[in-house]
Design a protein around this ligand. Structure first.
Ligand code: PLP
Length: 369
């Protein structure tokens, strides 16, 4: 019988335990955190569900900040675990206002958990997590941050902010694979989880991962790591280390700055008006009055430019310029801004495409000097 022929995608070497541990340490170094780092062998949405399942129990009170559908999911998972959840909901597609968070916290006699998304890829909002974390810590609440999208695009000082659990994903700003994710867990978070009813064995249990991997000295792999994803994550970490995380963050910030300068030169105010409240992952641009979002996207596609759709109740009101990972670069940014402007022009909206191109070029020129 002839052997099946070799296939690079199928005949992948296993990802070994020693590399698994050292990859976790390299990620911890990139994040500059002393917290434990656990890999979740699934896309980041499962990491978030695992966090909620692992910290929820009846009798707890949580504030959950909602600035995109991800916040809505987290709320549902906490409630399923018996937590009394108070949602603090932002204006559609906008970051949360700190005053709203303050008011919600002040209304509660006690607060056990506060959950918030850092940077949103869905609408370009950036939440003020430093201020929010400080408010929550002042009430001795466990702070959970969804940094799946923001890691690598915004500074994320996990330990100095005192955030207890952070979920990250490799597939956005880090430019890595989508099939695995990670969470950091502080000492305080482990103490909280230890007081939560066990539900092992479960793919959602952080405690299972702790006992099966951390507490056994990280010598025995917790389950079978998907090798394609782990080798790809290692390659992504190699690339991030080579570039430097600070430079990666700066590259995303520059892409956002240039996108926003380009929009304003077109004569259009970005969807998120305050520069400090805009994420560096995507820049959302408004769909002008009288224009259909689908038609705008289709018109930009005629120029060969892919504009992202909005989500949920803002689906018809914005389009997104994706500048995450490799797209956080001059070529992608200028293409998005000029493509959006050209499409608007074709649809009869007066915009200054030349000025927009110049503004993007100048922003980059000044940064490169
Ligand atoms: C992308 C993203 C996720 C989830 O990522 P999946 O790839 O869909 O699992 C979670 N939270 C935020 C803020 C994200 O941008």
């Amino acid at each position: 019988m002839p052997m099946p022929s070799y296939n690079a995608l199928l005949d992948v070497p296993n990802y070994p335990a020693d590399r698994y541990a050292s990859l976790a340490d390299r990620l911890k170094r990139l994040l500059a955190t002393e917290a434990d780092l656990l890999f979740i062998q699934a896309e980041a949405i499962l990491a978030l569900e695992a966090v909620a399942a692992s910290i929820a129990r009846p009798g707890l009170t949580a504030i959950n900040i909602i600035t995109s559908p991800y916040g809505t999911y987290f709320s549902a998972w906490l409630r399923r675990g018996g937590v009394t959840v108070h949602d603090v909901v932002a204006e559609p597609g906008q970051p949360i206002e700190l005053v709203a968070v303050k008011a919600a916290i002040n209304d509660l006699p006690s607060l056990d958990i506060l959950a918030v998304v850092h940077g949103e890829a869905a609408n370009g909002a950036l939440n003020p997590i430093a201020e929010i974390a400080a408010l929550a810590r002042a009430r001795d609440a466990l702070v959970v941050v969804d940094a799946v999208a923001s890691v690598g695009a915004h500074p994320l000082a996990i330990d100095s902010l005192g955030v207890d659990i952070v979920a990250i994903g490799p597939q956005k700003a880090l430019g890595g694979p989508v099939g695995l994710s990670a969470v950091t867990v502080s000492e305080r978070a482990w103490a909280h989880i230890a007081a939560t009813p066990r539900f092992s064995p479960s793919i959602l249990s952080l405690l299972d991962l702790k006992e099966n991997w951390l507490d056994r000295g990280r010598g025995v792999l917790p389950g079978t790591p998907p090798p394609l994803d782990f080798w790809a994550l290692e390659a992504a970490v190699d690339r991030v280390e080579a570039e430097g995380i600070d430079r990666l963050v700066a590259r995303h910030q520059l892409a956002a700055r240039a996108s926003r300068a380009g929009l304003r030169a077109l004569g259009i105010e970005p969807w998120i008006r305050d520069d400090h409240a805009a994420s560096a992952l995507v820049t959302a641009a408004p769909v002008p009055e009288g224009i259909d979002a689908e038609v705008l996207i289709a018109t930009a596609a005629e120029f060969g430019i892919a504009l992202g759709r909005g989500f949920g109740d803002i689906k018809d009101r914005l389009v997104r310029f994706d500048h995450t990972g490799a797209r956080a670069a001059f070529a992608s940014v200028i293409a998005s801004v000029v493509g959006y402007g050209a499409a608007l022009g074709k649809l009869g909206i007066t915009v200054d495409v030349g000025a927009a191109a110049e503004a993007v070029a100048l922003t980059y020129a000044l940064a490169i000097l």
